[in-house]
Write a protein that binds this ligand. Structure first.
Ligand code: PEP
Length: 247
């Protein structure tokens, strides 16, 4: 049985005051029936981890370098994330694939390093609108999945996030049938590659304009094991509406 996961991606948002939102969330969920995760900007990671203390809410990075250390100005290593209290790291988000031309091969290398350092990699996959309109969605997702996920993935060290690029931050959401088709396809590919037990243990999140108002119906779709949430994770009051729908 896969435990559900509600993951918040704060992106490049948040300063000290934002820790209050996490505190409010920690007060509201002292023993949630689902896993909770906040991925703040790296400037807040240590303080957020300390603020959350013994709360069941986990923290994560939004990226890490594939190398363990060295001359990589501006980058953050998996070991540094771990040292800051993180247990997860988001990798291959479409904003990084797009802005920094991150290819799946690089995402795979980063995920391997993250796993070696004891982090759970949240590997993001998603098609653009042009790719969907050209009927290439499953080809794109299949290629990104095969290319971005390292060997040795398990239900503990890997989470997949299906995030159609055209749904991120736009208010547009795929139909439930479209979500079901892609999640079912990812599940089938995971089982084919890692075997029945591991393939069924890896969680698959949906991401893209999830909010309290649409969360319940999205979570009713088979193989949707939770959500990766951007905008609606910034305020505890918004995020809790999504968490409640998952619990
Ligand atoms: C995201 O960036 O991962 C995301 C899903 O954003 P939003 O929820 O704002 O669409």
């Amino acid at each position: 049985m896969r435990r559900k996961l509600a993951a918040g991606n704060w992106k490049m948002n948040g300063t000290t005051i934002s820790l209050t939102e996490a505190e409010n969330l920690a007060k509201a969920y002292t023993s949630p029936s689902v896993d909770l995760l906040i991925c703040p900007p790296s400037t807040l990671l240590s303080r957020l981890s300390e603020t959350l203390g013994n709360s069941p809410i986990a923290t994560g990075g939004q990226d890490c370098h594939a190398a363990t250390s060295g001359a990589h100005t501006g980058d953050v290593s998996a070991e540094m994330l771990k040292d800051s209290g993180a247990t997860y790291v988001i990798l291959g988000h479409s904003e990084r694939r797009d802005t920094y031309d991150e290819e799946s091969e690089e995402v795979r290398a980063k995920a391997g390093t993250a796993m070696e350092n004891g982090l759970t990699a949240v590997v993001c996959l998603g098609e653009s609108l042009a790719q969907r309109e050209a009927n290439n969605t499953l080809d794109i997702i299949g290629g990104q999945l095969a290319g971005s996920v390292p060997d040795g993935a398990t239900g503990e060290n890997l989470v997949i996030a299906y995030e159609p690029v055209w749904a991120i931050g736009t208010g547009l959401v795929p139909t439930l049938e479209q979500i079901a088709e892609v999640h079912g396809f990812i599940r089938e590919r995971l089982i084919r590659r890692f075997g029945e037990e591991t393939g069924n243990a890896i969680r698959i999140l949906y991401g893209g304009s999830v909010k309290a108002a649409n969360a319940t119906e999205i979570f009713s779709v088979a193989d949707v094991d939770g959500a990766l949430v951007g905008g609606a994770s910034l305020k505890a009051s918004d995020f809790s509406g999504i968490i409640d729908a998952l619990e």
